[in-house]
Design a protein around this ligand. Sequence first.
Ligand code: GLU
Length: 382
Amino acid sequence: MKPKDEIRSQILSKVKKIVIKIGTGVLTTDNGYLDKEQIRGLAEQVVELKKMGYCVVVVSSGAIGSGMGELGIGKRPTTLPELQAVAAIGQSKLISMYDACFKLHGYHAAQILLTREDFEDRQRYLNTCNTIHTLFQLNAIPVVNENDTISVDEIAFGDNDALSAMVMNLLNAELLIILSSVDGLYDRYPTAKSKAVIIPVVEDVSDEIRQLAFNTKTQRGVGGMQTKLEAASAVIKAGEAVVIANGRVGKVLRRVVRCENIGTLFLPKKKRLTSRKRWIGYTLKPKGKVYVDDGAMNALVEKGKSLLATGIVTVVGTFQKGDIISICKKGGGMIFAKGLTNYSSGEIDKIKGHSTSAIGKVLGYKLYDEVIHRDNMVILLD
Ligand code: GLU
């Protein structure tokens, strides 16, 4: 393996588009108010990256945190209407502060509030992408957040780490910088005595790495290291890089793009997925599942084949032709692939286990040979 510094510069020198995710803990003071000095400093750094020629999108948390500060609430509300109301108050403060800070340098803050539904619908997805690209030409810096005020469970991203991974896919950006209140991924639980150190480079978000996600959640934020690792895993599988670093360290953004050894760098997997495959594999929410036998799993994973009815053992959920579904190993195994199905759940239930040539007889018609064509499928394993 090449020396770590060489790997860093090799990867980071190719970057053109950057998504910067900023967590609530980085943006608010201990008493919950937005930290104006901190936001001013980050805005200055973002502008510096713009001037260096990068296209930059900020994914900013802090709506709920700042709303809590405004209202003087010490503990995060627990009911949905309260959270949504607090977010509505906080989001306007948040975007005004970004706008004021970017204005000092002649840039606008452009507010983009999204729900998961905007990513599910291909037309809305492409519109969002076009809008962001237009903003790049208008001296504006897109500041994205979840539309907390209308998000309910079914349409929520859950956390902004997941949202930032989806924004990476949306833009085919090459680098996600997650700014958090910790320095990166520690090799053990950090205490005064534990001599924990930051892992500089991670090649794979393995089970071992996942076990290092100690609870670092803040009172006003949502995520913690676990959601960051899941976001990093999705991004590197799509073929792009991630750095988790401390947003309160001076000039952190400049230092990351200048390849300094700061934070934890997650290396991209070799193969870059096309934007359509990213959308299928890492953006769309599956509507159901099929469980397949070992032979089918092997054909899909090792031989790059399409999914045929004969290898399907069980179908779970109700879905239509054209929906995205997960493909799992039989016997309750993990999801190892996702794809757009050519048949509905009802049809699959009838043709499962049958050879392709028998589909016509079983259903009375045959739409396709494959249940999921290879071109509409993404394998999630490395
Ligand atoms: N959208 C939430 C907010 O602005 C943050 C979610 C998160 O931090 O992951 O408060």
